[in-house]
Design a protein around this ligand. Structure first.
Ligand SMILES: C[S@@+](CC[C@H](N)C(=O)[O-])C[C@H]1O[C@@H](n2cnc3c(N)ncnc32)[C@H](O)[C@@H]1O
Length: 258
């Protein structure tokens, strides 16, 4: 790795509390080089110096280092599985579910969960924490207004009940769902995890992490879940040998804490 980038990684770790060495290198470097060039710096150390003096540039950097794309009901069949195979049974046992949507981006994922829990009559008795590293996406999540493309997979029944079309052709999330989700800044690779979760949803972010970072994360997710609790991962993020982390496969893309 070139020295300029190595030094940058070290410095950003203390400046922004983000350890870039835990992300797959080639992809991260490509994104950051594009960002650096766009901002007019020829070296990473030059970009770093500018970020120490300019909070807005630093925030923009955090926003650009990761991919923030999300959608309601992303991979719709999986959400149906979550509802029909897991949540219904969990709620029948106890309607007090403690849920965490980790790396939630602009909020489509926790709001999808909130729709399902509301429909199953368990939203008021449950809690949903939604976290991300990037404060910009969290601001958008709290606002709860979305483009057409974010809602295209929402089944008609849920669309009618929980999203309102605005004059701008955007879609606004129902107030009762917005009130039910607590958004908070949180770095999965550095911050403390709460425990006692019944459900953790973490999708489409571990693909950017190194194998070591992934392994650490799966261990920590297992510790954060109650025995019998479920981890729901993205459609390209199957866990290899889940037993080594204290999980068993409950279905494709669903892991149960043993
Ligand atoms: C592609 S989005 C996935 C959004 C949503 N989970 C989904 O599947 O639709 C990835 C998100 O991970 C967040 N992220 C990246 N690194 C993170 C970290 N270390 N801790 C918490 N969130 C992180 C990014 O800010 C981004 O919002």
């Amino acid at each position: 790795m070139d020295q300029d980038f190595v030094v940058f990684i070290e410095k950003v770790k203390s400046l922004a509390a983000v350890d870039l060495s835990m992300y797959k290198e080639a992809q991260m470097k490509r994104r950051l080089t594009a960002f650096r060039n766009k901002k007019g710096y020829s070296t990473f150390i030059g970009l770093y110096r500018a970020m120490t003096k300019d909070q807005k540039l630093l925030e923009e950097f955090i926003d650009r280092m990761t991919i923030n794309v999300s959608e309601f009901w992303r991979n719709c069949k999986r959400w149906e599985s979550l509802r029909d195979q897991f949540l219904k049974e969990m709620i029948a046992r106890s309607p007090h579910l403690k849920c965490w949507s980790a790396a939630c981006s602009t909020g489509e994922e926790p709001y999808t969960l909130a729709m399902i829990l509301h429909d199953l009559g368990a939203l008021r008795t449950s809690s949903i924490l939604a976290t991300d590293l990037d404060e910009k996406v969290l601001d958008a999540a709290k606002r709860g207004v979305y483009h057409e493309r974010s809602v295209r997979e929402v089944p008609e029944y849920y669309l009618q009940r929980y999203l309102k079309r605005l004059e701008t052709n955007e879609w606004e999330i129902a107030d009762e769902l917005r009130r039910a989700v607590k958004f908070k800044k949180h770095n999965l690779l550095a911050d403390r995890f709460e425990s006692g979760y019944d459900l953790i949803i973490c999708r489409n972010v571990t693909i950017y992490f190194t194998d070591e970072a992934k392994a650490m994360l799966y261990h920590r997710f297992a510790e954060a879940l109650k025995p019998g609790g479920i981890l729901f991962v993205g459609s390209t993020e199957q866990i290899f040998s889940p037993g080594q982390y204290g999980f068993e496969t409950a279905d494709t893309f669903f892991y149960r804490r043993v």
